[in-house]
Design a protein around this ligand. Structure first.
Ligand code: SF4
Length: 272
């Protein structure tokens, strides 16, 4: 009881930065969202009862045609988008790109595939791999539309890439790395000199998102596991991100690695 009292007391005293939220915010936002959701459900319920009962034609003579055109356009877009994405997944080549197609991939295709995969018990990692691969193809096609400035490209690495016994703190300043060769950070640092790009070693997803938010890069080369890359790609959309799956000889989050060949390929593709 006294613990609860203390936490309430602390939350009342809380004085964080204006962008942050109190540790224990009031129920206002939740209640507002609940009210909006209830009204929306009631509205849609009424809508789906009212329209078939009255008939589109009786609401407005042009409505059946407008609705038909809308459905046909949406169906063409969905079927066309699915065909392009399927071809990219099967053949490994994207033959068409538009920003709308990437939106479709990130906002529609991926959630639908994850839902279908959940029902059919397809391992999520397989869906994430395909998603990452198609995303990378799209980003490379996006890049053809304009030249990128090297210093506006950010290489984002997870801190688990660092050699476990290295005592040097590279998450604050990667230039602290002595380049001993026991992990890839030294080589990555050399690439920043060679290509003029930026490098950041992140302690976690939130820090990585903050870095992207603060620096506003034009493109990102991100290395992580499938799950983190997928959520990062969704959160950072529409930012172009080339996602590279890490190597995990000792399992997740422990002395992971990255293929320097893939990193160089990504850099040359973005800057070439
Ligand atoms: S390359 Fe840099 S970060 Fe990696 S172990 Fe050596 S000094 Fe540490």
């Amino acid at each position: 009881m006294s613990l609860l009292k203390n936490s309430v007391k602390n939350s009342e005293k809380w004085q964080g930065s204006p962008e942050s939220i109190a540790y224990r915010p009031g129920p206002g936002v939740f209640l507002m969202l609940l009210a909006v959701a209830t009204v929306a459900v009631a509205f849609f319920g009424f809508f789906f009862w009212y329209v078939p009962t009255i008939g589109l034609k009786n609401i407005h003579p042009a409505l059946p045609y407008i609705t038909g055109a809308l459905f046909i356009t949406t169906a063409i877009f969905i079927v066309g988008g699915t065909a392009v994405i399927t071809a990219a997944a099967v053949k490994g080549t994207l033959f068409f790109y538009s920003p709308l197609l990437r939106w479709f991939l990130v906002k529609v295709f991926l959630p639908l595939m994850v839902m279908a995969g959940g029902i059919l018990r397809v391992p999520k990692i397989k869906i994430e791999r395909i998603f990452i691969d198609i995303n990378n193809q799209m980003v490379l096609m996006m890049k053809k539309k304009g030249r990128l400035i090297p210093k506006k490209i950010l290489m984002l690495m997870p801190h688990c890439i660092q050699f476990d016994n290295c005592k040097i703190k590279v998450t604050r300043n990667v230039r602290n790395c002595a380049g001993c060769g026991k992990c890839e950070i030294g080589e990555l640092l050399a690439l920043t000199e060679e290509f003029g790009v930026d490098l950041f070693i992140s302690t976690g997803g939130t820090v990585a998102r903050r870095k992207v938010h603060e620096d506003r890069p034009d493109a990102v080369i991100a290395v992580a596991c499938e799950r983190d890359l997928t959520s990062g790609l969704q959160d950072s959309y529409p930012l172009p991100v080339i996602a590279i799956v890490n190597q995990r000889p000792r399992g997740y989050c422990m002395e992971t690695g990255v293929s320097m060949v893939e990193i160089k390929q990504a850099l040359t593709s973005l800057l070439g």
